[in-house]
Write a protein that binds this ligand. Structure first.
Ligand SMILES: [Zn+2]
Length: 207
């Protein structure tokens, strides 16, 4: 296991999406692309070798085309391909910011895949908030996108949402052992806190 440092960039717009910078010895990887490339440069001077997208809602991939132009490999679930190129599916339409994204360096990733960039990235398919939602276990920390927040869960009334899928995904996350929870919005949480939170939300959704 390599030593790494997590930095969060909290974008100061109405959506306040988190972008995580995982700084390794000589390089770094990102989870989501909700912050501009120059902000990343301010944080770190190491090359970005991969970006893992939790889902293709527009706030989380707001600057993805800029990273794509730098030829950085972008990993996302195959359903993201359709979502990111459709302003209804990527939810930008709802907020009067219709955006279609065009990305060339996209590589699909799915349940059970493990990527190694000096740290192991374990991929879990966790649909429900959107049909392309992925969660990533990186070393012992969980990056849950908009599936799970520190005190809540993601919306399940959007274009590619599915409530039953979300219940199944939360059960999947409940069975994972993790240290910290790094969500798509809001503060960082941890495993102990989440045992209550996930349980509460599964029960609430099942009512
Ligand atoms: Zn979302």
């Amino acid at each position: 296991m390599g030593q790494h440092v997590i930095k969060t960039y909290w974008h100061e717009n109405e959506f306040q999406q988190n972008t995580y910078i995982i700084e390794l010895e000589d390089e770094c990887i990102l989870v989501d692309a909700g912050c501009p490339t120059n902000i990343i440069d301010d944080f770190i001077k190491k090359p970005i070798v991969a970006i893992f997208i939790t889902h293709a809602h527009f706030d989380h991939i707001k600057y993805i085309e800029d990273y794509d132009r730098l030829n950085i490999p972008i990993y996302a679930h195959k359903n993201a391909l359709q979502i990111l190129s459709d302003e209804r599916l990527d939810a930008s339409n709802m907020f009067d910011q219709p955006t279609r994204f065009y990305i060339e360096n996209i590589q699909t990733i799915d349940e059970g895949e493990i990527k190694n960039f000096g740290v192991e990235i374990n991929a879990y398919y966790t649909p429900g908030h959107s049909s392309d939602s992925m969660s990533y276990l990186i070393e012992n920390d969980l990056y849950s996108g908009d599936t799970l927040f520190s005190e809540a869960i993601g919306r399940y009334d959007l274009a590619t949402s599915d409530k039953n899928d979300l219940i199944a995904s939360l059960k999947k996350l409940q069975n994972l052992k993790f240290n910290k929870l790094y969500a798509g919005h809001g503060r960082t949480s941890n495993f102990n806190e989440q045992q209550h939170n996930i349980d509460y939300w599964i029960k609430t959704l099942q009512k």
